[in-house]
Write a protein that binds this ligand. Structure first.
Ligand SMILES: *[C@@H]1O[C@H](CO)[C@@H](O)[C@H](O)[C@H]1NC(C)=O
Ligand SMILES: *[C@@H]1O[C@H](CO)[C@@H](O)[C@H](O)[C@H]1NC(C)=O
Ligand SMILES: *[C@@H]1O[C@H](CO)[C@@H](O)[C@H](O)[C@H]1NC(C)=O
Ligand SMILES: *[C@@H]1O[C@H](CO)[C@@H](O)[C@H](O)[C@H]1NC(C)=O
Ligand SMILES: *[C@@H]1O[C@H](CO)[C@@H](O)[C@H](O)[C@H]1NC(C)=O
Ligand SMILES: *[C@@H]1O[C@H](CO)[C@@H](O)[C@H](O)[C@H]1NC(C)=O
Ligand SMILES: *[C@@H]1O[C@H](CO)[C@@H](O)[C@H](O)[C@H]1NC(C)=O
Ligand SMILES: *[C@@H]1O[C@H](CO)[C@@H](O)[C@H](O)[C@H]1NC(C)=O
Ligand SMILES: [Fe+2]
Length: 467
């Protein structure tokens, strides 16, 4: 059975450019996952009661501080982070005053794990750090995690590099072996993820979330995770997201939970915004989300000379052309709901649209996922192309990278077209993107992952400039 599944995936990866029609593999929402060629490793072993697991790291603006989060199966109030500049173990710093709390999944089992956040002291720039986390029992005996992880702080000079991905499953996670290599390479300063992970973390009383977080540890522990929330994290009012990704810098951003935050890095201001406010929860919550976004962008624009590029990271697209089935409204009704807001059927008026905010504050780029493919637009506003050039563009363009791989395979495009004129590039295979930013230029490259995940090919290359 396992063998048959592997062959099935291989064929799909090889032939992806030609596949039309959609399908799915086992291991999606509500289903048990299985091993395949992308999720192997010893991460699903039995862990000690207080052995650290599910380790991942995030940073605050300019990588001044890093915060490491991890889980233990049993309760302990004594979480420890030790870190040191690479190969200078004599400079080790140990931090013990972290935050520790129990996270109770809201399924019938009330499955509980113990979560720990530990923040570094102010970090030296341009340094590679190594770290380990530990947990102490009541007698003071510390159990450290087995591996040593690494991250680096902002380098000298103006260039910043990051990796962009979204929609990563526990099965058919085609991009994960590649992301592991990129994370370990130190070529990239952080990783963005535009929502949807695990499919779904809340499954099986939340144990699928534990398994997924162990699986991706080798990526998220070795590069700062600067991701956002998606619709597949919505269970129990997004509690898995709010608890498991509690180390993102939301407190420093003036938001009251991890659903939204922002940070600066050299010439970039990046905002992680929840597009789910327009689809789940109350109108009041949607307004809280949009009001914070506006305030954040207003503040960012006071520093636009220093940080000319404003990127908003969200899950759902404002523009897309793909469809998984004839009744799939993701690229029709849903994009309208996000761009223009919710319809009041009495008045016929829409409120809560995000596109007017993007226009008002002149953001440069909206980075999203949700559709399991790659699609880039021209600079576009209210459905109209505002420029075919990406030099000093009058409105944002959208960059959709949702093809990391999950149970749902990829979502095809209409093979014949015609396509709306704002749809500039499309690819329905697996892949990821890299972004290199300097003060006057953004260089975006989308890589397709070929063969069994070992090959790369450049699918789309874009240079965006401003004076
Ligand atoms: C993963 O580990 C759990 C707990 O040991 C076990 O129940 C489950 O069967 C394992 N999953 C697979 C696919 O091996
Ligand atoms: C959740 O836990 C309850 C109680 O232990 C159990 O009866 C139920 O089967 C579990 N649900 C799933 C989907 O595993
Ligand atoms: C948690 O589960 C209980 C019982 O099913 C339910 O009433 C409650 O609404 C759930 N809470 C959330 C936040 O989903
Ligand atoms: C869901 O969480 C938000 C905070 O993100 C909170 O404002 C809201 O009241 C919660 N909703 C429910 C039904 O508990
Ligand atoms: C859309 O159609 C598919 C079959 O193509 C069906 O399984 C699904 O339930 C439909 N969804 C809705 C919302 O009607
Ligand atoms: C729709 O608009 C009417 C008139 O302004 C208002 O009374 C009503 O509360 C609105 N409905 C919603 C769901 O906001
Ligand atoms: C593809 O687009 C063309 C033109 O809009 C349309 O006629 C055709 O039905 C579409 N194909 C599918 C499979 O939806
Ligand atoms: C992947 O395919 C390449 C050749 O295309 C081969 O050299 C490599 O061993 C394969 N890796 C795995 C893990 O199967
Ligand atoms: Fe999604």
């Amino acid at each position: 059975m396992r063998k048959a599944l592997s062959i099935f995936i291989l064929v799909l990866v090889f032939c992806n450019d030609f596949v039309f029609g959609t399908g799915q593999l086992d291991g999606g929402p509500g289903q048990l996952w299985k091993y395949d060629e992308f999720n192997g490793g010893d991460w699903n072993r039995t862990y000690g009661a207080i052995e650290p697991q599910q380790i991942h790291i995030s940073i605050s603006s300019e990588s001044e501080y890093a915060k490491v989060q991890f889980a233990t199966a049993a309760k302990t109030e004594n979480a420890i982070l030790k870190y040191w500049p690479k190969n200078e173990a004599h400079k080790t710093i140990q931090i013990k005053d972290g935050e520790n709390w129990a996270f109770v999944d809201n399924g019938t089992a009330q499955h509980t794990i113990y979560l720990h956040n530990v923040q570094t002291k102010k970090l030296k720039p341009a340094t590679v750090f190594q770290y380990q986390v530990g947990a102490a029992d009541q007698r003071g005996h510390v159990t450290w995690n087995k591996a040593t992880f690494e991250f680096h702080t902002a380098r000298k000079g103006h260039t910043v590099n990051f990796v962009a991905t979204a929609d990563i499953g526990l099965v058919n996670a085609v991009a994960v072996p590649v992301l592991k290599r990129l994370a370990a390479s130190h070529k990239y300063d952080f990783l963005t993820l535009s929502g949807d992970q695990a499919y779904d973390m809340a499954d099986f009383n939340g144990t699928k979330g534990d398994e997924y977080m162990r699986f991706v540890e080798s990526v998220f522990a070795n590069i700062p995770f600067m991701g956002g929330v998606g619709n597949h994290e919505s269970a129990y009012n997004f509690s898995h997201w709010k608890n498991r990704f509690n180390n993102v810098p939301y407190k420093k951003s003036g938001f009251d939970n991890p659903m939204q935050y922002s940070f600066n890095y050299k010439s970039l201001h990046i905002v992680s915004w929840s597009s789910e406010g327009n689809f789940e929860g109350s109108r009041a919550e949607m307004e809280t989300s949009l009001n914070w976004l506006e305030e954040d962008l207003k503040e960012a624009n006071k520093h636009r000379e220093k940080r000319p590029w404003v990127i908003v990271l969200g899950h759902r697209p404002l523009y897309c052309t793909s469809f998984a089935a004839a009744n799939d409204t993701s690229c029709t009704a849903d994009t309208t709901t996000l761009r223009d807001g919710l319809l009041n059927t009495t008045t016929g008026v829409r409120t809560g649209g995000v596109e007017a905010i993007f226009d008002k504050y002149k953001i440069d780029m909206y980075l999203c996922g949700h559709r399991h493919n790659f699609e880039r637009t021209y600079p576009v506003m209210k459905g109209k192309v505002t420029s075919k050039s990406y030099h000093n563009a009058p409105s944002p363009f959208q960059y959709l990278v949702g093809n990391a791989g999950n149970f749902e395979l990829t979502i095809p495009f209409n093979t014949t077209g015609p396509f709306p004129d704002w749809s500039a590039a499309r690819y329905s295979g697996y892949g990821y993107s890299t972004v290199m930013a300097t003060k006057h230029q953004l260089e975006l490259t989308h890589y397709g992952i070929t063969n069994n995940g070992t090959g790369h090919k450049i699918i789309d290359h874009l240079i965006v400039t401003k004076d």
